[in-house]
Design a protein around this ligand. Structure first.
Ligand code: PEP
Ligand code: MG
Length: 577
C-alpha cells in the first residue's frame, strides 16, 4: 500500500504510465572511417522509427484532435527535409561525426539561423525543430516516447515530479489519476490537477521504486492511498467507492448553476480561476460571476519562444470577449518559484520562492513586462479588465508597476490604439508585508485578491512544494485567517472590492470562515464551484461570523481544523435530516 498527500479528490483504477522526461545526452563524437556505413545505416533506422511514431500520432489524432494532428504533420515534413538530411549524412561521411552528434549539430545550425528571424511563424518552426531533434535523439538512445500531451489510453501517471508545464499540456481526457514523489497541496501541479478534476496523490515516498509501466493500480485520492496490483476484492472495493464518490459528486453538481446565496439570502460572488483561454476552461465561466484569476504565465510554458504581443492580445481578447461585462482578473506574469518557462531561462537561485519572481522579475525585465501590458491594455476594450499584480511586497514596487502601466497606456494611445478608460488595477495580497499595510495599499489600487497559497507559504515560512516540510504548511493556521480578516476589513473600510483566489477560497471547510471574516468574493478552480455554492446555501452570515471568531481564537492549526470539521459535520447531519 502506498501513501501520500491527497490533493485532488477522486478514485481511479487503471494501468500505470511511468513518466520520466527524456534528457538527451550528446557529446561531440567521431566514428572510425570503417564505421561510417554502420553509422549511416543506424541513422536510417532512427529516422524510419521517428517517421513511424509520427505516422502513428497523426493517425490517432486526426479524428480525436485535428489541431494537434496538424503539428505532427508539419513534423513529418521537417523530418524529411532534404537539406537537413543531406547535411547530417555529410557530417557523418565527410567529418566522421557520430550520428547523434551530426543530428545535434545540424539541427542546432538550422535552429540558430531561424531563431534570428522575428516572424512568429518562423519561431514556431524553431520549436518544431527542437521537438523533432529530441525525438531522433531519444530513439538513438533506444528510449520509448514519454509525452503526457499524447497518450494512447487512459492511464494513472506516476512521476517523480510534474512541472506546471507538464500538467498544463497533459492530455486530460486520458489521465485517470496522478501520483508523484514530491509536491504539496498548493504546488501548481496540484492546482491544475484539481481544476481539471483529475484525482491526485502527491509526495508518495519512493513511488517509482514500487510501480512499473502497465501495472494496474487502485488510487484513492480522498484518503491518499494507492494499491499496486490490487487483488479482485480490493479492485471491487475501490470501484464501489468510486461509484459512491461519483454519486455524491452528482448531487453536488446540481448546484453548479445555483445562485451563490447564503441561507439568509446574502450574495457571495463566485469567481473562476483559469490558466488558458481554451474552450474547455472558458466553458466553466458560464457558472460564475467573474474570472478571479487568469494565470497568464501558463501561456509562457511548454514552448521555447516567448509569446508575442499579438499572440497574447488574441488570447486576452478571447477571454474578455467571452466574459463581457463580468470582470476578468488578468494576473500579470508570475514566473519563478516552482513555475519555470523554457522560453524565459533564469539563473538558478538558492531560494526561488524568495527570489526574483513574479512582479519582481517583471520589473527587472521591463521590456518583457511591457509586451504583456500592451497586449492586456489593447484587449481591455473588449470586456471588463481587472489587471492584477502578483507578489507585491510593498508600495514602492506597486508604484513602479503603476507608472509602467501608465506609460504603456500613454504609448498605446499615442499610436492610436484604444485602451478602455475603465480598466482596473489591483494587487494580490500574498506577501505578509503588504497584508499588514493593506489599508494604505487600498488607497492606491482599485481592488485586491488574497493569494492564500503564497500567503500561507510566506507566513509560515514553508516552501509550498517541499514534502519534507509539508506538515508546517498549515492552510488552516489561525494566523492565516487573522491576517486575511485584517486585509478584508481594510479593503471594506476603503470601499474597495477584495476577493480570494488561492485554494482556500474553493475549500468547503474554509469558505464559511472566509465569509464570516467578511469576504464576499471567492474565486476557485471549476471543480470547487458547485461544492462551495452548496456549502453557502446551508450557511447564515451569523453562523459564519461565529465560526470565524472561533477559528481565529484557536491557538493552532489543528484546533482550528477541529472546529471547522465539527461545524461541517453538524451541517452534514442537518442536511441528511
Ligand atoms: C496564490 O498564491 O494563492 C495564488 C493564487 O497564486 P499562485 O498559486 O499561482 O502562486
Ligand atoms: Mg501566488
Amino acid at each position: 500500500m502506498l501513501s501520500g498527500n491527497a490533493v485532488s479528490p477522486g478514485i481511479a483504477v487503471g494501468p500505470v504510465y511511468v513518466y520520466r522526461p527524456f534528457y538527451p545526452q550528446v557529446e561531440e563524437g567521431l566514428c572510425p572511417p570503417e564505421g561510417v556505413e554502420a553509422e549511416l545505416a543506424r541513422l536510417d533506422e532512427v529516422k524510419a522509427a521517428a517517421a513511424g511514431e509520427l505516422a502513428g500520432l497523426v493517425d490517432r489524432l486526426s479524428a480525436e484532435d485535428p489541431d494537434k494532428a496538424k503539428i505532427f504533420i508539419a513534423h513529418q515534413d521537417l523530418l524529411n527535409d532534404v537539406a537537413m538530411d543531406g547535411e547530417i549524412r555529410a557530417g557523418v561521411r565527410e567529418k566522421h561525426w557520430r550520428g547523434n552528434w551530426a543530428i545535434w549539430q545540424v539541427y542546432e545550425n538550422f535552429i540558430a539561423m531561424l531563431a534570428q528571424v522575428p516572424d512568429p511563424l518562423i519561431q514556431e518552426r524553431v520549436a518544431d525543430l527542437k521537438d523533432i531533434r529530441l525525438r531522433l535523439l531519444r530513439l538513438w538512445q533506444g528510449e520509448k516516447e514519454r509525452n503526457l500531451s499524447v497518450l494512447d489510453r487512459p492511464v494513472v501517471v506516476a512521476a517523480h515530479d510534474l512541472l506546471p508545464s507538464d500538467t498544463a499540456t497533459l492530455d486530460r481526457s486520458k489521465v485517470l489519476a496522478i501520483l508523484t514523489e514530491v509536491g504539496g497541496a498548493t504546488s501548481h501541479s496540484a492546482i491544475i490537477a484539481r481544476s481539471y478534476g483529475i484525482p491526485a496523490v502527491l509526495a508518495i515516498p519512493n513511488l517509482l521504486g514500487q510501480v512499473d509501466d502497465g501495472m494496474e493500480i487502485a488510487v484513492d485520492a480522498l484518503t491518499g492511498l494507492a494499491v499496486p496490483r490490487p487483488d479482485e476484492q480490493c479492485r471491487a472495493e475501490y470501484l464501489q467507492r468510486r461509484r459512491l464518490y461519483l454519486e455524491e459528486a452528482e448531487v453536488t453538481r446540481a448546484y453548479l448553476d445555483a445562485q451563490p446565496l447564503t441561507a439568509d439570502g446574502v450574495r457571495v460572488d463566485i469567481g473562476l480561476n483559469i490558466a488558458s483561454a481554451d474552450a474547455a476552461e472558458l466553458d466553466g465561466a458560464d457558472h460564475v460571476d467573474y474570472i478571479g484569476l487568469f494565470r497568464t504565465e501558463f501561456l509562457y510554458m511548454g514552448r521555447t519562444e516567448l509569446p508575442s504581443e499579438e499572440e497574447q492580445f488574441e488570447v486576452y481578447r478571447r477571454v474578455l470577449t467571452a466574459m463581457g461585462d463580468r470582470p476578468t482578473t488578468l494576473r500579470t506574469l508570475d514566473i519563478g518559484g516552482d513555475k519555470t518557462s523554457e522560453c524565459l531561462p533564469l539563473p538558478k537561485e538558492e531560494n526561488p520562492f524568495l527570489g526574483n519572481r513574479a512582479l519582481r522579475l517583471c520589473l527587472s525585465k521591463p521590456e518583457l513586462f511591457r509586451i504583456q501590458l500592451r497586449a492586456a491594455l489593447r484587449a481591455s476594450v473588449y470586456g471588463n479588465l481587472w489587471l492584477m499584480l502578483p507578489m507585491v511586497g510593498g508600495l514602492e514596487e506597486l508604484r513602479r508597476a503603476k507608472a509602467l502601466i501608465a506609460e504603456v497606456k500613454a504609448e498605446l494611445e499615442g499610436e492610436g490604439k484604444p485602451v478602455s478608460p475603465d480598466f482596473k488595477t489591483g494587487i494580490m495580497i500574498e506577501v505578509p508585508s503588504i497584508a499588514l499595510v493593506a489599508a494604505q495599499a487600498a488607497r492606491e489600487v482599485d481592488f485586491a485578491s488574497i493569494g492564500s497559497n503564497d500567503l500561507c507559504q510566506y507566513l509560515t515560512a514553508t516552501d509550498r512544494g517541499n514534502p519534507a516540510v509539508a506538515g508546517y504548511y498549515q492552510s488552516f493556521h489561525p494566523a492565516l485567517f487573522r491576517i486575511i480578516g485584517m486585509a478584508v476589513s481594510a479593503f471594506q473600510q476603503a470601499g474597495k472590492p477584495i476577493s480570494i483566489c488561492g485554494e482556500l477560497g474553493g475549500d468547503t471547510l474554509a469558505a464559511p470562515v472566509l465569509v464570516g471574516l467578511g469576504m464576499r468574493k471567492l474565486s476557485m478552480g471549476l471543480s470547487g464551484v458547485a461544492a462551495v455554492k452548496r456549502t453557502l446555501s446551508a450557511l447564515t452570515i451569523l453562523e459564519a461570523e461565529t465560526l470565524a471568531r472561533e477559528v481565529c481564537a484557536c491557538p493552532c492549526a489543528g484546533d482550528a481544523e477541529g472546529v471547522m470539521r465539527a461545524w461541517a459535520g453538524k451541517k452534514k447531519q442537518q442536511d441528511e435530516r
